[in-house]
Design a protein around this ligand. Sequence first.
Ligand code: FE2
Length: 432
Amino acid sequence: MTAQPDLAVAPLPPLPHWESTPADLPSAIRVVKAALRARIEASGRTVEEVFAVVEQRVRARVEEIAAARGRGETIWPIIEYADIAAGTVSPEALAKLRQRGCLVVRGHFDRQQALDWDRDIVDYVESNRFFETYRGPGDDFFGSVGSKPEIYPIYWSSAQMQARQSDRMARVQAFLNSQWKHESDGVRWFDPDRDSLYPDRIRRRPPGADSNGLGTHLDPGTLDLWMTEAYQRAFRHLFDGTVEEYDPWDAAHRTAGPQYPGSTMCSAFRTFQGWTALSDMDNDQGVLHTVPIPEAMAYLMLRPLLPDVPEDDMCGVTVNQVFPVSERWHPLLLEALSGIPDVRAGDSVWWHCDMIHSVAPVRDQQGWGNVMYIPAAPWCPRNERYSAAVRDAFRTGSSPTDFPAEHYERSWSNRFQADDLNSTGRRGLGLD
Ligand SMILES: [Fe+2]
């Protein structure tokens, strides 16, 4: 008697995918939604059942955060830089970091060092008559800030490069990268100990400023999150009936695939987004907020498949705009929105790349609100690809290709020079 094949699992239906932006977006959305639903249902579960699992998991986190807030606890985890450097971060602190997916690193840099960097940046832009020649915002994402810049499209100051290539930055980035599962199925998805030096801008918001802030949104992608083959694999557990196995810390299939171009895109894979404070900031002065629940990504990915969402709509997600998170579609998630605690110059702030975030509005801001954006973007095929463009921008003082083509620094002779790179900087740029 031969073995019966009755235990064999029927193959799941394949998913259509688009490796570049589909020409007809509403039609592609209809097609991919139908295919994702069919795939989930082929596993023997309904979309509603799968979504309910995620909703329950997220709801438990939302309630836990509300309870912690009720007890007067700080929602954002805080870890001292000295503990990261000495390898003495407690298991409890690590668990909280993984649970909340965001972190304040206290004393990442000496406070005076950070204040000196802030002053150096002012000297750098003033010596090049930046304020006299500023042409206004180069993109519409931060377009509400008016004629005096709040976001400086400056990438190559000594201060920024010193921070990016510093040992202290490399240690924290390696620590954060190592929270992710970076090897599986015989593939090393990224190198946790090598950063790819992702150049980004500076924010300097002066005392007295009024700012509308930024609404709740997500940065890792838009429709490509559902439509490219790599992301469909990265989020495989959400669509194949094994939703319980979805792990927001698994980097598999996330570090080589394409992204749909857009005015607010990030070509790099970042384990965490981050910034380093260049001024002291109180928690009620228009600061960063997150929904500190890494699993919320599963909710965002599955929510458009429920029947109350129009067939050609992904809960408002489309290309060339940030991924919106709204009261209309995601009220449960927004209940957990939590701001950073007070930070001091030299502290750094980090949040998981899939994490919902916003910047609160402020009127008549007290004190400065100055940060330099430096993420953790470990070396991987996607970041290696982008590093060619970064090297070119570095050599010529240009704006990196992920950002508006403003190029203020091309003629600024006192920008950071190749001779000033250390080994971390050279490795980060792919020069060694
Ligand atoms: Fe963002």
